[in-house]
Design a protein around this ligand. Structure first.
Ligand code: B12
Ligand SMILES: Nc1nc2c(ncn2[C@@H]2O[C@H](COP(=O)(O)OP(=O)(O)OP(=O)(O)O)[C@@H](O)[C@H]2O)c(=O)[nH]1
Ligand SMILES: [Mg+2]
Length: 374
């Protein structure tokens, strides 16, 4: 089966009109397209960096606050400068983009502009028809990031598997940290805060993030973790979003090979985020490539009885009670502490408020990760 079309969508800087793109994203996903959503108020460089790392076929921009002729043109110019001419640009902005503007924008390299009144079906048909064809031979990557992105695509599309011999020649360089936990517990927010601390502490350090969101075989997916990332929009951070493409358990069929490639590349850390998981999930293989595992819990898990059922509480090296600003957090800490004592493994338990900057709990978690505590 052909792999789903992957595109990236975003709203330009100084523009908070995200309602249109949210509707359009859902329609794309319903029609089998994987959408990496970068969010609103995004700069040209953030958009182009993300598109190259995610190796998408096209960028869809939704612009309402004016300046669209220049903004779209700058995106195209930067893509060309970075050697990513194969990533196409299209978009819309209701009545704020006139027909005359659209003519100018197309002259500057935009593929298409959709005006007010266009049906959602017309847009999805366009994307599938224009960006859904198999890729031909790819031009030589112009940067290490682009080369890595192309390789990850080949792995994900089943065209390239990990070569154990080359892995031996190219031994592991990065430490791999696995983050898992229920949907919405704050995994991405926490990772973004840890990335900030890493970047500040290591002026030349580089980090990769492999992030997962759920999807059914042959269907679309909203790959939305990038929209939560603020600090990770940085040239020293390589982030890739993956849909699970029908695999249960929190990761994708291509994760292990993609992870091996990233771990053998030039990063200090590779962080892997699973989809929001359930009680039974144990996404990281024992003796696998993940060096340290972090379970991020929401204080709202139910009662003590639910804790007995969460398998990762037995396996994680570090357990985090995030959202410790919420009322139930103290009780959650006590209940989880008692649950972990049963394991007699000296697992660490940390309370964090990931959405608060300079949170001392996140500092402690960063120290445990830096020290490689198990
Ligand atoms: C909803 C809305 C808001 C909401 C936004 C909610 C949100 N989270 O998005 C709120 C009330 C918050 C808002 C605020 C503001 N707004 Co306002 N807003 C609108 C409004 C009414 C509708 C836009 C919309 O979502 N349309 C729904 C979409 C689905 O339909 P569509 O626009 O016709 O788009 C079609 C195609 O273009 C296509 N499309 C659109 N994007 C994309 C992207 C891709 C990839 C593709 C394929 C297709 C596509 O999809 C549609 C298909 O039919 C427009 C007026 C209007 N009628 O257009 C003003 C409008 C865009 N806003 C305007 C302004 C000025 C503002 C404010 C500055 C107002 C103020 N003074 O505070 C603020 C700025 C907010 C910010 N931070 O940026 C102006 C912009 C003027 C300009 N650029 O010249 C407009 C045009 C109103 C006006 N006539 O003055 N706004
Ligand atoms: N109150 C509170 N909210 C938080 C905290 N950390 C994150 N959030 C919010 O929780 C929501 C989910 O955060 P994410 O970081 O996207 O959670 P996630 O675990 O990555 O979610 P999935 O990837 O969808 O499973 C967002 O609205 C965050 O702002 C926190 O410490 N306290
Ligand atoms: Mg997340």
């Amino acid at each position: 089966m052909a792999s789903p079309v992957r595109i990236l969508t975003a709203v330009p800087i100084c523009d908070g009109h995200d309602s249109a793109i949210n509707t359009i994203n859902l329609e794309f996903i319903r029609h089998g397209i994987e959408v990496v959503y970068l969010g609103y108020h995004r700069s040209v460089s953030d958009i182009v960096r993300a598109a190259i790392q995610e190796d998408v076929r096209a960028i869809g921009i939704s612009s309402y606050n004016g300046g669209h002729i220049e903004f779209f043109a700058e995106v195209i110019a930067l893509l060309r400068k970075r050697g990513a001419n194969d990533i196409k640009v299209f978009g819309g902005g209701g009545g704020t983009i006139t027909h005359d503007d659209a003519v100018t924008m197309k002259q500057k390299g935009v593929d298409n502009i959709f005006f007010a009144g266009t049906s959602l079906a017309e847009m999805t048909d366009y994307v599938r028809k224009h960006y859904g064809k198999a890729r031909g031979n790819r031009s030589r990557p112009k940067s290490a990031n682009q080369k890595l992105a192309h390789k990850l695509t080949a792995i994900e599309d089943g065209k390239r598997t990990r070569n154990p011999k080359s892995e031996i020649r190219n031994p592991r360089k990065a430490r791999v940290i696995g983050f898992t936990g229920p949907g919405g517990a704050g995994k991405t927010t926490l990772i973004d805060e840890l990335v900030l601390r890493f970047l500040n502490q290591n002026p030349k350090g580089k980090i990769a993030i492999l992030s997962h969101d759920p999807s059914v075989v042959g269907e679309g997916a909203l790959l939305g973790d990038r929209a939560t990332m603020i600090n990770s929009q940085n040239d020293r951070v390589f982030m890739r979003s993956m849909a699970t493409r029908g695999q249960a358990g929190g990761l994708s069929p291509a994760t292990q090979d993609c992870l091996a490639l990233l771990a053998g590349s030039d990063f200090d850390y590779v962080i892997i985020e699973t989809v929001g998981t359930g009680q039974e999930a144990m996404p990281f293989q024992k003796n696998g490539i993940v060096d340290q595992t972090v379970l991020v819990m929401n204080p709202d898990y139910g009662s003590r009885l639910q804790l007995q059922k969460i398998v990762m509480l037995d396996l994680a090296d570090i357990v985090v009670v995030n959202k410790s600003d919420l009322q139930r957090a103290r009780t959650a800490h006590t209940e989880i502490e008692q649950r972990l004592e049963q394991n007699r493994r000296n697992q660490r338990l940390i309370d964090t408020v990931a959405k608060r900057h300079r949170d001392p709990g996140v500092d402690r978690l960063f120290a445990l990760i830096s020290d490689g505590v198990k």
